[in-house]
Write a protein that binds this ligand. Structure first.
Ligand code: MG
Length: 343
């Protein structure tokens, strides 16, 4: 299936959990939000697993260890082993190990997840720029990370020590609002040094490579809620993707997606794993059809005719928007069409 569907969502006669052997699931906004399971996630994942689909959890958050993430998932009712969890800490540890001598010291600005991942690759985490590190690595360190840690990183990076980042997500969602993420912490060191780090996390290839190496997936399906990490990571890896609307992406943002941000499939939530996906038919001239809807473009706005399920209407609108935008981002007026679908 590969790159199919970039100008319209793809169809699948079989349930996605049967058409793909492994789901590479993002966590926040897909499986849980603010520590609580998202609606339908627990039951849907249980059914997919009982049907033989392998479930793996892929997170850009480098703070927690795979064991801690697996314990949290199991508590929520999604049984998981540490080996089912792949973090950007693991991806960046492999990236560093590929470039420094075995047993090298690595200056860590981050949390326990990063230290465990470095030791797993035979590297020695150290705390000071004076410890003669062969590399510097930054991962999300949680709200208690002291400001002085950024100074340690800056001292070493300014001396020319190779600099790595687990991920560069600028923000991290919290129950109280949007907090600065590791990308913001990386900016602090960048401003102090003018240097550029090597980055491992989604949407970049080291994270995808780590995931495939650890899961052995042959027909993987990336499942995520973010266009610029999950879906773009799948695009970069040449892998099909399912966008669920339980996280940060809303319908309007999906319609405006540039080609590398367009998922293969879109569904409301993880129940989408258990069903087939309808074909979107049609053309610019005839309009794009899905379910009972036909979407077309008139002037600078979408026109949506017919009736049916809201998701089918959104899929038809995606085809109209993405075809209209070509390699760019669709700027058509979508408010009225989306209001008809209840968005
Ligand atoms: Mg997410």
């Amino acid at each position: 299936m590969g790159q199919r569907g970039r100008n319209r969502p793809g169809g699948s006669a079989r349930a996605l959990s049967e058409a793909y052997d492994t789901a590479l699931l993002d966590l926040d906004g897909v499986v849980y939000a603010g520590g609580e399971a998202i609606a339908y996630a627990v039951e849907s994942l249980g059914t997919a697993r009982d049907g033989g689909m392998h479930l793996a959890y892929v997170t850009n958050n480098a703070l927690r260890t795979p064991a801690a993430v697996a314990a949290h998932l199991s508590e929520l009712g999604v049984p998981a082993e540490p080996s089912d969890v792949i973090t950007s800490a693991q991806a960046v540890a492999r990236l560093i190990a590929d470039q420094v001598p075995p047993g090298s010291r690595v200056l860590v600005i981050g949390g326990e997840g990063l230290r465990v991942a470095l030791r797993e690759r035979g590297l020695e985490p150290v705390e000071s720029a004076d410890d003669d590190p062969a590399a510097v690595v930054q991962g999300y360190g949680g709200p208690e990370l002291p400001w002085g840690r950024f100074a340690e990183a800056a001292y070493a990076v300014a001396r020319g020590v190779p600099w790595f980042a687990s991920n560069t997500d600028l923000t991290i969602p919290s129950p109280r609002g949007i907090a600065p993420g590791n990308g913001a912490a990386v900016e602090v060191v960048r401003i102090a040094t003018g240097a550029e780090p090597q980055v491992a996390g989604k949407p970049l290839p080291p994270m995808h490579r780590e995931t495939i190496l650890r899961t052995g997936a042959e027909r993987p399906l990336v499942v995520g809620d973010r266009l610029d990490t999950d879906i773009e990571g799948a695009f970069n890896g040449g892998v099909d993707s399912l966008l669920v609307l339980t996280g940060v992406t809303d319908a309007a943002r999906l319609l405006a997606a540039v080609p590398e941000h367009r998922p293969t499939y879109v569904d409301a939530d993880l129940r989408g794993l258990l069903t087939g996906q309808p074909e979107v038919t049609g053309s610019v001239e005839a309009g794009f059809g899905c379910g009972g809807w036909t979407a077309s473009v008139r002037g600078d706005a979408f026109v949506l005719d017919g009736e049916g399920g809201a998701l089918d209407g959104l899929r038809a609108l995606c085809a109209a928007a993405w075809t209209h935008a070509g390699d760019g981002s669709c700027a058509l007026e979508a408010g009225k069409a989306l209001a008809r679908l209840g968005w």
